[in-house]
Design a protein around this ligand. Structure first.
Ligand SMILES: Cc1cc2nc3c(=O)[nH]c(=O)nc-3n(C[C@H](O)[C@H](O)[C@H](O)COP(=O)(O)OP(=O)(O)OC[C@H]3O[C@@H](n4cnc5c(N)ncnc54)[C@H](O)[C@@H]3O)c2cc1C
Ligand SMILES: *[C@@H]1O[C@H](CO)[C@@H](O)[C@H](O)[C@H]1NC(C)=O
Ligand SMILES: *[C@@H]1O[C@H](CO)[C@@H](O)[C@H](O)[C@H]1NC(C)=O
Length: 609
């Protein structure tokens, strides 16, 4: 249809340079190698990621997200942190705070959610960390096919332990550094309609929770909520607002394998193909690279465990990378932004998709080797992976100042991005895709900024009965795009990303992922979920004084409307507001507030340069 749109006749060395801008491509080239060396790199130092909580000697604490910076760039303060390792310690931590009327929040070992969910109200709240919370780790019961796990356990250990028992949870997120409690609190998901759909909370049978209680009850108590209880539907996606989840019991299946084939095709009929494709494969998902007019369809299905194959998703984004390399890549990205020229990114987009399919799109048939599709492997290996968070003994082969780590390591001023993830009802995806294509017609180069992080990732989720879950079967569109370290700096084709974001949220009434996104995406979210009212009545019962809530989470639940009132200079650059005056953008650097091209109701910051 328009495959020559982004060809600008660059030399091959320029192309090679452009490839370094692209997180996915560069990582993919190294991915297989890194995976192979992952378990025998005793001679390199792999750091563990730092805790999200830091306390000064005087005992004041700060909590941040995994990138080190909250959406609003403000610090989050708290008075203290505790690290319970038994349920009794958990009960006494909650009881002490309730007795004092102190606000509190659960934080986790790494703390991945970008949105300000784990920031307690005020600046003298209590942080209850689940870092050490795994008193009995994992229990598998094969007679009722369930598995109980302590909420602090990292997914990496959980899925591996299940595999040792020959059982598995059909869907889990891509990244294994998250905690079990964190995953279900935000309704995290995999992709596809296999079994009950890909929202992990929908595989929970029961939850043990520590919640506030009266003085007579000792200020805190332990509840068990089960499938069938009204409160359970609130607790299975709770945003941490009801109390502390101590133990989670999941329904499990006998271990199975997945078989994956990735196909690269034109996006000509994407609008018609997307919804049927979602239901044709158990774990269907895709990457859309609009600048190259290409789609990578991931045809992924469950197969019998006896089928041969020991494939692994060596997902490049979570493989360790040298700190020095991460900084170099970021410097390339900064340079592209400064040049205000996307043509290198446009060029690199086509190379990237071809390279991805040719090299297995991050998958390997056996450790370190890609021999061709299909890739067949155990369910958990094909779905949930990591590596960059691992702690390895230190040694010096990379030099004293360098170390292996994750690309987002907050100790580096490395890779830094916005992450918009919004679930659009499957019934509307055709119209949405058509709108994005119309936007591309008007502004072809604008789509190229998506190439920096690999294109638009699309995954599928089923409707849920969780009160804060999705009402209908949906496609989650994820856009990852450059974020400046300087909050006053506009971005390359910022207007295009903003128009897509506002279309998703306001025109297509998409529901944002609770743990990702910028404030704009959460506008009106209370009306988009199964039942905010029912959630609120369970919350009033379990935490009547709102000790686990903050102004931010009240806002999410529609209790007040500060998002709409955000009015600071530059507020639209970080998605704190949608602009309606130029000062919300960055007029001094040429960004003013304008209408969307396709969605005229959109208000976006557009550069005149
Ligand atoms: C690299 C990467 C890949 C990702 N991949 C996916 C993906 O494939 N699919 C997807 O859907 N999401 C994905 N995410 C998002 C991630 O799954 C969510 O942000 C998740 O909530 C993070 O879990 P966490 O353990 O870090 O919890 P946090 O982010 O620290 O906490 C999230 C919320 O849960 C609450 N909470 C945590 N534990 C408890 C507990 N025991 N009791 C009560 N409340 C609790 C916290 O208070 C907070 O409100 C990804 C994130 C990253 C960084
Ligand atoms: C396993 O599940 C069965 C059936 O629900 C139950 O009777 C049994 O007590 C469980 N075993 C354990 C150790 O919890
Ligand atoms: C898991 O399956 C393997 C191979 O069939 C078997 O040897 C092993 O005993 C099983 N483990 C458990 C805990 O059932």
């Amino acid at each position: 249809m328009q495959s020559s749109r982004c060809k600008h006749g660059r030399s091959s060395s320029q192309i090679a340079l452009s490839m370094h801008i692209i997180l996915w491509a560069v990582a993919a080239m190294r991915g297989g190698v890194l995976y192979a060396s992952c378990d025998n790199v005793a001679q390199v130092h792999v750091s563990s990621l730092p805790s999200p909580v830091e306390c000064s000697e005087e005992g004041r604490c700060k909590v941040r997200n995994y990138q080190g910076v909250w959406t609003d760039r403000d610090a989050c303060l708290a008075s203290r942190v505790v690290y319970p390792s038994t349920e009794a310690e958990l009960v006494s931590a909650v009881a002490a705070a309730v007795e004092e009327g102190q606000k509190m929040k659960v934080v986790t070992e790494i703390g991945h959610s970008m949105s300000k969910l784990s920031c307690p109200a005020g600046d003298d709240g209590l942080l209850i960390s689940t870092r050490d919370y795994m008193p009995d780790a994992v229990h598998v019961n094969r007679s009722d096919m369930s598995a109980s796990v302590d909420a602090g356990l990292q997914l990496r250990h959980f899925v591996r332990e299940l595999a040792l028992h020959n059982v598995t949870i059909p869907h889990t997120p891509l990244w294994d550094g998250v905690s079990v409690g964190g995953v279900i609190a935000t309704g995290s998901h995999g992709s596809g309609f296999f079994e009950g759909g890909s929202v992990i909370s929908d595989y929970v049978n029961a939850l043990r929770m520590v919640v506030p209680a009266t003085a007579e009850e000792g200020y805190a108590k332990v509840l068990t909520l089960r499938r069938g209880d009204e409160a359970f539907r609130a607790a299975k996606i709770s945003l941490g607002l009801l109390g502390v989840v101590s133990k989670v019991t999941f329904a499990v299946l006998p271990m199975f394998k997945r078989s994956l084939t990735v196909k690269l095709v034109s996006d000509d009929d994407l609008e018609e193909r997307m919804a049927p494709f979602a239901k044709e494969h158990d774990f269907a998902s895709l990457f859309w690279v609009p600048s190259a007019s290409k789609v990578l369809y991931k045809e992924e299905n469950a197969v019998d465990v006896s089928q041969e194959g020991d494939g692994v998703n060596a997902f490049p984004l979570v493989q360790p990378m040298l700190a020095s390399h991460i900084l170099k890549m970021r410097a390339h990205q900064d340079a592209v932004e400064r040049s205000r020229d996307a043509s290198g990114l446009c060029m690199a987009g086509e190379k990237m998709v071809e390279h991805r399919v040719k090299t297995g799109d991050g998958y390997v048939n056996s450790p370190g080797r890609f021999d061709g599709f299909p890739v067949v492997g155990f369910n958990h290996h094909m779905q949930t992976v990591g590596g960059c968070q691992l702690h390895k003994p230190s040694s010096s082969d990379v030099g004293a100042d360098d170390w292996w780590t994750c690309k987002w390591d907050p100790r580096l001023e490395g890779i830094f991005y916005h992450h918009t993830a919004v679930a659009i009802p499957l019934a509307s995806v055709a119209d949405f895709v058509r709108d994005v294509k119309r936007l591309r017609e008007i502004n072809p180069q604008g789509m190229c900024v998506l190439n920096m992080f690999g294109g638009i990732h699309v995954r599928f989720v089923a409707s849920s009965d969780a009160f804060l879950g999705d009402k209908v079967d949906s496609a989650v569109f994820e856009l990852v795009y450059y974020r400046a370290r300087d909050g006053k700096q506009g971005r390359l084709f910022q207007d295009v990303m903003e128009e897509i974001e506002q279309m998703m949220v306001f025109k297509y009434m998409g529901k944002p992922h609770w743990g990702k996104n910028r404030n704009v995406a959460f506008h009106g979210v209370a009306q988009k979920v199964v039942s905010t009212d029912k959630f609120l009545s369970v919350k009033a019962e379990l935490d009547p004084d709102g000790l686990f809530s903050s102004a931010w989470t009240d806002e999410l639940l529609g209790l007040h409307d500060t998002f709409a009132k955000a009015d600071d200079d530059h507020c639209a650059l970080d998605g704190i507001c949608t602009c309606n005056e130029d000062r919300h953008c960055s007029p001094s650097t040429g960004y003013t507030c304008q209408r969307g091209y396709i969605f005229h109701e959109a208000r976006v910051c557009r550069s005149s340069n």
